[in-house]
Design a protein around this ligand. Structure first.
Ligand code: CA
Length: 232
C-alpha cells in the first residue's frame, strides 16, 4: 500500500547499471544521503520502470544489456519527460557523450569516478530541476526544503536527524490530515529497514519538541496516527 503521496515525499532515484559492485556502491552511497533508491540491471527493465511515476532522477549506464542506455534515454525523452538524467559510461569516445547530451541527458560521468563527485552532480541536478517545481514546504514559521531535506524556523536552521527529517516531511506532505504510524514506518523504510513503531514515537516526540515556536504542532490522534497543523 505504497501511496503516490508517500512515494513523492522523498526524492527517488533510479539506477540503471549492470555492474553489480558499482550498483551496490551507488545504492549504498545514495541511500545514506537520504534518497530512496531503486535499481535495475538492464535496459528493458529501466524502460519499464521509467513508465511509472515517482522518480526524481535517473542514473543511466550507457552500456546496458537488452536495451542500450542511449535507447532507454531516447524512449524516455519521447514520452516528453523532463526527468534529470545523469549518464555513466566507460566509453570515453566524445561522440558517445555528445549523443547522450543531444538526446537530453543533463550530465555525464566517465568511469571510473569518485562517489563524492557523483553525489555532488546528483545534488546539482536536483537543485536545478527543483527550480522548476517548488521544493520548499512552508507552514507558519516553518519551512522545509524537500530537495536538501533541511528545515528552518523563522529563517533559523532547525537541526534534524535523518529520521526526524523523514517523519517531518511525511507529515508536511499531508498537512492537516492524519498520517498513520504504519505510513511513517513505510516511508522511513527507504533508509532504515529496522524502524519500529516505538521508534516512530521517539522521532515524533523529538520533532514535536523541536517545533516549539514554529507556529505548527504535531498532534496525536490516539489509535489513528499523527497530524501536523497550525497551532490553536
Ligand atoms: Ca555497463
Amino acid at each position: 500500500m505504497r501511496s503516490q503521496l508517500l512515494r513523492g515525499s522523498t526524492v527517488r532515484i533510479l539506477i540503471a547499471e549492470d555492474d553489480g559492485a558499482l550498483s551496490e556502491a551507488l545504492r549504498f552511497t545514495l541511500t545514506q544521503a537520504g534518497y530512496a533508491v531503486d535499481h535495475v540491471g538492464h535496459g528493458l527493465a529501466a524502460d519499464e520502470a521509467l513508465k511509472g511515476e515517482g522518480f526524481g532522477l535517473l542514473i543511466l549506464d550507457l552500456g546496458l544489456p537488452k536495451l542500450d542506455g542511449l535507447e532507454v534515454l531516447r524512449r524516455l525523452r519521447k514520452r516528453n519527460t523532463t526527468l534529470p538524467v545523469l549518464i555513466l559510461s566507460g566509453r570515453e569516445e566524445p561522440e558517445e557523450k555528445v549523443a547522450g547530451l543531444d538526446l537530453g541527458a543533463d550530465d555525464y560521468l566517465v568511469k571510473p569516478f569518485s562517489l563524492s563527485e557523483l553525489q555532488a552532480r546528483v545534488r546539482a541536478l536536483l537543485r536545478r530541476s527543483a527550480g522548476v517545481a517548488t521544493p520548499t514546504l512552508q507552514y507558519g514559521e516553518l519551512s522545509f526544503d524537500t530537495v536538501g531535506r533541511v528545515a528552518s524556523v523563522a529563517g533559523k536552521p532547525l537541526p534534524l536527524s535523518l529520521h526526524e527529517a523523514g517523519v517531518l516531511e511525511v507529515l508536511l506532505n499531508r498537512f492537516g490530515r492524519v498520517v498513520s504510524k504504519e505510513q511513517l514506518v513505510e516511508q522511513l523504510y527507504n533508509y532504515d529497514k529496522e524502524v519500529s513503531h516505538n521508534a516512530i514515537e521517539v522521532y515524533i516526540h523529538r520533532v514535536r519538541k523541536k517545533l516549539t515556536g514554529a507556529g505548527v504542532e504535531v498532534r496525536t490522534h490516539y489509535g489513528r496516527g499523527y497530524v501536523i497543523d497550525h497551532v490553536g
